[in-house]
Structures are given as C-alpha cells and as structure tokens.
Ligand binder design. Structure first.
Ligand code: ZN
Ligand code: ZN
Length: 656
C-alpha cells in the first residue's frame, strides 16, 4: 500500500469514510496513518485531516475515539485555527458530555493563540448544553466585549437549563447595559422556551415584543404558535394562527402539530383539509405531524388515507417520513404493513431500525426483533441505547428471558454502551414478568446508578400480577419515598393496598394525594369508526348516541354475568360499597368505547380501541370474555403494548 498512498489520498478517503459512516474503515486508516511516520508528517501540517477525523468519529457517536484524536493533536502540537476550533467545539457540544467539554476547553485555551469572542461564545454555548452554567457564566464574565450574540447564547443556555428566573435577570441586565435584542434573538429565546415547555417566560417575551412595538414577522408568529401549542394552549395558538396573514406551509404545519401534540386528531385533520383548500402544498413536516397524531389515536384508516395522499401528491418520502409511516402502521396495530414499508426502504438509518424494533416489541414479536437485529449487525449499523430499549421490551413482551439477558450483557461488552436506568427498568420488567421476582430485585440492588421510580414501579407491577406482597411493599415504600407527589405511582400503590383489602393504607394515601392536590390522570379511550375518531372518558355522557351505548353496556353486563364473570372490584380505588364499585367498573372508558364499537360496526368486524393508561385487570378479564361472546377480534392498545383478544384469550398471556 505504501507506494500508492500519497498525502492527497488519505485525507480525502478519511473524509469519505466519515461521510458514509464507514467508521471501521476510517478507524483502520487512522491506525495506518499512525503507524506510518511519513503520513503523520503531512497530517501534522494538515488541520483539515485531523478535523475530518474528529468530525467523523463524533458524528457516529464515538466520542472517546474523537477525544483520542484531540489528544493526539495536542501531542503533535497541531494548532487548529479559530474557525476549525469553533466547528470542533460545536460537534462536541451536541453530545453535552461534561468531561469532553472540559477537555475541549483546555485544548482551546492551550492551542488557540488568542481566543476571540466567537470561540469564547461557542464555548459558553457548549457549557450550557452540558448543564455547566457556572463555567459558562465565568467565561462570559471574562469577555472583553459582550455583544448581543454572547448575551443571547448565555440567556438561551439558562432557559435550556430551566434557570428561568436567572434568564429573566440576565435579560434585564442586558437591557440595562444598553443592548437591545433583535428579532433573531427573541426568536431563538422563544424557541428555547418551547423546547423546555417554559410557557410563562415565553409569554413574558411575547409581551416584551408587543410592548416595545416590534414588527411581528411570520417567523416570529410561527414560533409563538409553536410555543403556545406545545405548552398545550391550542386555543390561544389558534387565535394567533387565525390572525396571521400570508400563512406559509411552516405555520400550517406548526398549528397541525399543536393539535397532534394534544391528540386532537379531528381538529388536526380538519385543519389539514383547510390547508389544502387554501392551496398550500403540505411538506414532509405536515405529513409527519399528521401521521404521529394517527399513530397516537390508533386511527389506521386515517393513517392509510394519509399514506395514499402522500403517494398521490408525490410528497418526497425521506427517511424521517418513512420512519413516521412505519411507526404509524405499527402503533395502529398493522405490524405487517409496518414491516413491508420497512423492508422496502433502500437505505435504512438507525431511527428507522429503532422504529421497527419498537413496533415489534409492542406487538410481542420478540423473536422477529432479534432476527432483525442480527441482520442489522451484519450490515454494520451500530446500535444505540434506544435500539436496546426496543429490543429488551420486545424480549420482555415475548417472555424471552435468556435472550434478554444475553442482549443486556452484549450491550456493554460488545457495543460499549453503558446501560441507562431505562435498560435496568426493562430487565426488571423482563425478569418480573417471568416470575423471577427475587432476581429482579437483585438487579435493582446491583445497579451502579440510583434506581428511579420507573424501575421500582416495574417491580411493583410484577409483584401485583404474581401476588408477592412482601416485595410489593418494599417497592411501594421506595416509590412513595421517591415521588410522593406522582399521581400515577400513588394510584399503583393504592391498587396494591386495595387488592390486599388494606383500606386504612388506601385512605392514608388518598389524604396525601388530596394534600398535594393530585388528580388521577383521567382514563381516555379512542375508537375509530368510519374514518372519524370517537373519544370516551370514564362515565362519559357526552356522546350523541349515549342512549344506544347505555343499552349495549347493559346487554354486555348481562351476557358477562351469564358467562360466569365476577367483577374484580379490587381495582376500584374508593372504599365504596360493592354495588357502587361494580357500577364504576362498568363505565370504564374502554368498556364504553367497546360498546360503541359493537353497535356501530358490522358483526365479525374487528374492534380496535386505544387507551391512554394501562388496561385494568377487570376490563382485561371482561374483554377476553366479550371477544368470545360477540365473536369479535378486539385489539386494545394501552400505554404499554397491544392486546389482541380473540376467542376468550389475550395475546399478552395475562401479563402487561
Ligand atoms: Zn377498566
Ligand atoms: Zn392482554
């Protein structure tokens, strides 16, 4: 190889490698370059080659390798230009890793002749991205000239770290020093507010703009619609939207995704219709929002219609849109449809693979997920931690205990990925489901990081199913210590106590919940009939066909009773008398949705319901029987997974 390689080829091959993710080849070339002194000689001179290597490694998430090169640069006394340094720091900043950032800072201080304002500002930004505000403030203090850009970066950083009061103080100080924000500054601060859900600060900035007579451009209005929409105030967002003139595709998309965010599928779709009527051509962002709202609502017919629309209108299907389509089909219960689309995709990125793994996991297709993972490995696609969450879920929902354990091992040993708390949660779930409760408890005890409430609630849920009250109590106490105000966990713990008839403990918990002003998250069930989505809450009386639904619920109750069904009243929280409990059970949102499904679809037609919470024990038992009584396939997607009820059985094997 020696004779044919000159100092022109290596950098360009390196660059090509970094662009097409051929990181293994890049790494080899890098090793080769190190071994050959003469190549090192040219690399010494060539800052670009070094930067390309750092960039390639960082973009592929190989930060250690990237940092290694930075060290080599240091050793070789390569001095990057300020511009090169800014792009290096930016690359590292996206990962928000404190140690790396410190190293980059040190490197910059030692190697850049004199750090100018742009580089210092980039470093400030980097520190705020990894949550080290103190270092950011210190750097900012040392700036000789504090311009608008540096102020903006510092204030935006404080918003990002949710130090909102300090952000306002800084904003005021900036004004005092005679620096006035321009529209770009305001825009970037509002965007930052949107991403952390700081609606109050966002509307404070909005008020500032109005008070000071700024001309509000379409871009700013769009950012504001996005802010109010993402913070859940779709009514106000819509007001701003309606008032804006010359609407472009962006603002339409943002408003549609605001509806998507709060799962208002019918409003999202009707706005989409309006958008088409006003002659605006939707883009990928619009389509992704619409597909996500269909996915959340489980509205397969609507999702299919949108898919057909995309084909008809020749909207370009990029990987993001492809992933949204796969996700929609999977979440709407059509896993085969999802798989067909996935297979069709010529080049697949990690997001697409991950969407497929998550889909297979939801449907309990553990074996298929593992097979696919082998394929992915063969193609040299490097998994990330999200991949493993999908895979471990898949193992868990399919009862593949041994396989799950192996995956968990390989995650660290083969792929160098340190398990996060979510992965431990999956392991506890996997073991708990298989009745290995003590082993699950051991996993928690052996965790090098502090177990969070998700891990303990996984154990608690398993204890509830396998009726282990000793461990349940341990888990329950931990949960209550950790998050006394979390309503969902309180409900879970209450359920455990209620099932054991410990009404005093239940009453005590209820007092706590009242004190903190907690309300149970209301259960909602959605069902799509003839292309529109109907929503039901517990005991809901709002539907126009409520009289017919009542009749059906009564019929269901009688038929269930005849088939020997006894209501499981232990799931009802209140210590009310038995008859009242039974009444409450009858009006759980999924039962109302099913009743509506039964009266409004043809016999034999499958019924699909989406619920925002976990299905309760009683509804699960009742649904199994109903699938047999009415000879219908009933598919329920709850917060965690799909349940396919058929002929008196459920695909989850009674564990969820
Ligand atoms: Zn229920
Ligand atoms: Zn089930």
């Amino acid at each position: 190889m020696d004779s044919e390689v000159d100092d022109f080829i290596v950098p360009s091959v390196l660059k090509a490698c970094s662009q097409v993710l051929m990181i293994h080849l890049g790494r080899e070339l890098h090793g080769f370059a190190l071994k050959k002194d003469w190549i090192l000689m040219f690399m010494l001179k060539d800052v670009v080659s070094w930067s390309v290597m750092v960039g390639g490694y960082s973009r592929n998430g190989l930060l250690d390798e990237a940092l290694g090169i930075v060290r080599e640069m240091q050793f070789m006394e390569v001095r990057p230009s300020e511009a090169a340094m800014i792009s290096l720091v930016n690359l590292f900043a996206d990962y928000g890793d404190k140690q790396m950032d410190k190293a980059m800072h040190g490197f910059a201080v030692r190697n850049v002749e004199k750090m100018g304002v742009p580089l210092t500002t980039t470093l400030i930004d980097m520190y705020t991205k990894c949550g080290d505000l103190a270092s950011a403030v210190k750097l900012f203090g040392g700036l000789s000239k504090k311009g608008l850009v540096s102020w903006t970066v510092l204030i935006a950083g404080h918003i990002r770290c949710k130090e909102l009061e300090k952000a306002i103080k800084l904003f005021r100080r900036m004004l005092e020093e005679g620096i006035h924000p321009n529209e770009i500054t305001i825009l970037s601060l509002i965007k930052e507010c949107t991403s952390v859900g700081a609606s109050e600060l966002g509307s404070w900035l909005h008020a500032y703009v109005l008070r000071n007579g700024y001309c509000i451009s379409l871009a700013l209005t769009t950012a504001l619609v996005d802010l109010y929409g993402k913070c859940g105030d779709t009514v106000y967002a819509r007001k701003l939207f309606d008032r804006s003139k010359n609407k472009d595709v962006m603002i339409w998309s943002v408003m549609i995704s605001a509806y998507a965010q709060v799962h208002s599928i019918n409003q999202a779709i009707s706005l989409f219709t309006k958008m088409r009527d006003s002659g605006i051509r939707p883009n990928q962002v619009t389509m992704v929002s619409l597909l996500s709202v269909c996915a959340e609502a489980g509205a397969l017919d609507m999702g299919k219609w949108i898919h057909a629309y995309i084909d008809r209108q020749c909207v370009e299907v990029d990987l993001v849109l492809k992933t949204a389509l796969v996700d929609m089909y999977a979440k709407c219960g059509d896993i085969d449809g999802a798989y067909r689309l996935f297979e069709e995709a010529a080049d697949k990125d990690l997001c697409l693979w991950n969407a497929m793994f998550a889909g297979l996991g939801m449907h309990g297709c553990g074996k298929e997920a593992l097979k696919l993972f082998v394929e992915m490995e063969k193609l040299g696609v490097r998994p990330n931690d999200i991949t493993f969450i999908g895979l471990l879920h898949a193992c868990s929902h399919a009862g593949l205990v041994a396989e799950g354990k192996i995956l968990f091992e390989r995650m660290f040993h083969r792929f160098n990925l340190v398990p996060k708390v979510e992965h431990y949660g999956c392991m506890v779930d996997l073991l708990g489901r298989a009745r290995l409760l003590d082993e699950a408890h051991e996993v928690i005890k052996s965790m090098p990081i502090r177990p969070n409430s998700i891990v303990w609630s996984a154990l608690l849920a398993a204890c509830k199913v396998h009726r282990n009250s000793t461990l349940a109590e341990i888990a329950a106490r931990k949960l209550l210590d950790m998050e006394p105000q979390h309503c969902g966990y309180n409900t879970l713990v209450s359920n455990v106590f209620a099932a054991a008839n410990r009404w005093d403990d239940v009453a005590e918990l209820r007092k706590v919940m009242k004190k903190f002003g907690m309300k149970k998250e209301p259960g909602l069930s959605l069902i799509e009939v003839n292309g529109s989505v109907h929503e039901f809450a517990m005991g809901d009386r709002r539907h126009s066909q409520i009289a017919k639904i009542d009749g059906m619920l009564e019929e269901m109750r009688k038929k269930l009773e005849e088939s020997g069904y006894v209501p499981d009243t232990s799931v009802v929280l209140q210590n009310i008398d038995e008859e009242e409990k039974e009444f409450a059970l009858n009006y759980h949102s999924e039962k109302i949705a099913m009743a509506f499904g039964l009266i409004s679809t043809a016999p034999g037609h499958p019924i699909k319901v989406v619920k925002n919470l976990r299905v309760c024990n009683d509804c699960h038992t009742a649904t199994k029987l109903l699938s047999k009584i009415y000879k219908r396939v009933i598919v329920v997607r709850d917060r965690k997974r799909f349940h396919h009820f058929r002929d008196g059985f459920c695909s989850c094997g009674d564990y969820w």
